[in-house]
Design a protein around this ligand. Sequence first.
Ligand code: NI
Length: 392
Amino acid sequence: MTTINFQVEAQAMREELIARRRDFHRHPELAFEEVRTAGIVAQALAELGLEVQSGVGKTGVVAMLDGAQDGPTVLVRADMDALPIQEANQADYASAYAGKMHACGHDGHTAIALGVAKLLSAHRNKLAGRVKFVFQPAEEVAGGAKAMIADGVLTNPRPDVTLGLHLWNSMPLGTLGVADGPVMAAASDFVITIRGRGGHGAVPQLAYDPIVAGAQVVSALQTIASRSADPLDHVVVSVCQFHSGSASNVIPETATLTGTFRTFRRPVRDLVEARMNEIVVGVARSLGCQADIRITHHTEPVSNDPQAAARARAAFQRLGHDHFVYERTMGSEDVGFLMTDIPGMYFFLGSANSERDLDHPHHHPRFDFDEEALPLGVALLSAAVADYLLVE
Ligand code: NI
């Protein structure tokens, strides 16, 4: 039935994929600085005969692959940015730039999406519809998708479905996570400021201690997940900074707490936000302090449309890949913005190989993945895209 042998064609570009990935890996660029990467991406796409637009969302690249007939628009998204980490790997393709590293696999995502563009370009006469390739900057600071949307990436034409993948080192090579519903969390940050009345550490009765109030706030915030949220929902609230005071015998005037909370669904996010406000203000007031909280929502949940996920699983199974696991994480990804009002499917592709020491976690200075995931990723993602467009 299928007129494209995805695995054979993806394997045929194995060396090219690895070379590309290693070149990106050696030259990592931070958020909104992906000038070199974007230049290589734009040139490669232009050489395939695609209509290329650069500078979308500052350093993003968009390319359109038109099929021979009309049909749906499939958005394929890859992220291009690296992290401010000093690489500790010794590979000859290790980062050439001090303090910058592709420690999340976005070098692989970019190489894979270019491979998908090449594979499908060779078959454009068999496609009804179009593929909108979106090479996004600045995923790690959760700003790239928003910037590209502001520049119109979801219009002219509006995609019917958004597809993408993340190489995933917490799973062995080839294992697939294509769960229905939420797979990555909405990330929100908070800053809490507690104002009391300072004084002598030996005379607490004349002070309102913001440290004691802050400590109670930290404890009380844990009741949001344990007491306020439905146990069947998923919530994490983490206070990650607590700054106050400057001497061992002085009760300070203020305390500042910052942290993050993660949720899978909008109503749960609203609940957490409301409870945080009540707890912070109420607990502080009960101890004579005043408090305020500022919350910033950075990403939307990444939620797989069940129908799109089922189609992808079926496409993967047809290639003989059916090692599915129910993978979800409270980590976040700004691809959620590209899937909020558009059905989407974002899958985890296992990329670890513990025998070769390629199983360090994402964002670790020794992160690296099994490059056999590159041709595999091209085959799987191409098949998922073609499922919407291929004329039989
Ligand atoms: Ni990532």
